[in-house]
Ligand binder design. Structure first.
Ligand SMILES: [Zn+2]
Ligand SMILES: [Zn+2]
Length: 339
């Protein structure tokens, strides 16, 4: 073993020195080149991975933000539709009540239940079409401060993946443009009144009601007319009705007015001519007359249908000795600037 090791050691000086050096040098150069290449490839791979990661994560952010926007949009759209659905349900209920002369015992509960059923249906559609779990609970249908609106409170929860929504949504529903069901319910025992889409003509329905309740001069309201559609009177403050043709215009257009004594729309649906809520009143016009002496019940609808106190004829318009009148008590005369 020792001799072999020695001879191997002693063979080295027999090689050509320059070749030996060159071989070593070449070998060293090759190692450097290989190392540099490896480093370069490694860096390239690293940069590529980093770039790829960045692209993937930025794509994910985009996808996340798109689906989050989409989720929020759907929830907002859902909430926006609550008052639209409520109005449609209220309008259908009103039309049904007018057609059948049959008031619900509790209009708020009826609207609440119908809205709940409708929202349940809509929730199922969102789950099927968008994969969003929406659950909603209609908490209440109630009166707000404005008698031309009804209000809805709904608990809405939504969920899709990590996105969640949970809020009590308060909606305001305008009742302007809906029909007033009260006259049809008050005259249901003798329902000869008709409507033409804008106005009510009572025929003998109202005089029958007055006679039936032993009220003063039922004949004054034979062929009486009144407004059908809830429309907010623009003559505000109300004393302005006494100026020029304001009251005539108000009557011709069939406007409604705010009134603490008049009943609210939800109670009108129940056939209640008075209620504890801040409500509405409108005028009922007697037939035209040729003299201004005929007294009867004051022509605000809550007085005719509930309070039953009398009033005097007040001229609204006159042509060729024929008068358009309202019968008004002193307090209503003053409220509308007519006395
Ligand atoms: Zn008016
Ligand atoms: Zn009410």
């Amino acid at each position: 073993m020792k001799s072999v090791k020695f001879s191997s050691c002693c063979n080295t000086p027999n090689l050509d020195n320059s070749k030996y050096i060159e071989t070593i040098f070449n070998s060293k150069d090759g190692n450097i080149f290989t190392s540099l290449s490896t480093l370069f490839v490694f860096s390239f791979v690293l940069i590529a991975i980093l770039l790829l990661n960045f692209t993937i994560s930025s794509n994910n952010i985009n996808i996340d933000s798109t689906s989050s926007n989409n989720f929020n949009y759907i929830i907002e759209d859902y909430n926006r539709n609550i008052p639209i659905n409520t109005r449609e349900i209220t309008e259908n209920l009103s039309n049904e009540v007018i057609k059948n002369h049959d008031p619900p015992h509790n209009s708020r509960n009826i609207i609440k239940d119908k809205l709940q059923a409708k929202l349940n249906n809509i929730n199922n559609k969102y789950l099927k079409n968008n994969g969003i779990i929406i659950e909603s609970e209609v908490l209440s249908i109630y009166n707000g401060e404005n008698p031309y609106n009804i209000n809805v409170k709904t608990l809405v929860t939504g969920k899709k993946g990590k996105m969640e929504y949970n809020k009590i949504v308060e909606s305001v529903v305008s009742i302007e443009g809906l029909k007033d069901p009260l006259p049809f319910l008050m005259c249901k025992d003798h329902p000869t009144l008709i409507e033409n889409g804008t106005k009510i003509t009572y025929n003998d329905a109202l005089s029958y009601y007055l006679a039936n309740n032993n009220l003063l001069n039922p004949d004054a309201y034979e062929n009486a007319t009144a407004s059908l559609i809830i429309k907010k009177c623009p003559y505000d403050p109300y004393e302005h009705h006494g100026a020029g043709q304001c009251m005539k215009n108000c009557i011709d257009n069939g406007y409604f007015h705010e009134s603490a004594d008049g009943s609210c729309y939800l109670c009108r649906l129940e056939g209640r001519s008075t209620c504890p809520h801040y409500g509405l009143e409108t005028f009922i016009s007697p037939h035209k007359v040729t003299n201004l002496t005929y007294r009867s019940i004051s022509g605000s609808d809550h007085v005719i249908y509930y309070d039953h106190y009398p009033g005097d004829p007040i001229q609204i318009y006159q042509e060729n000795g024929v008068y358009e009148i309202l019968i008004l008590d002193e307090s209503h005369g003053a409220k509308y600037g007519m006395v």
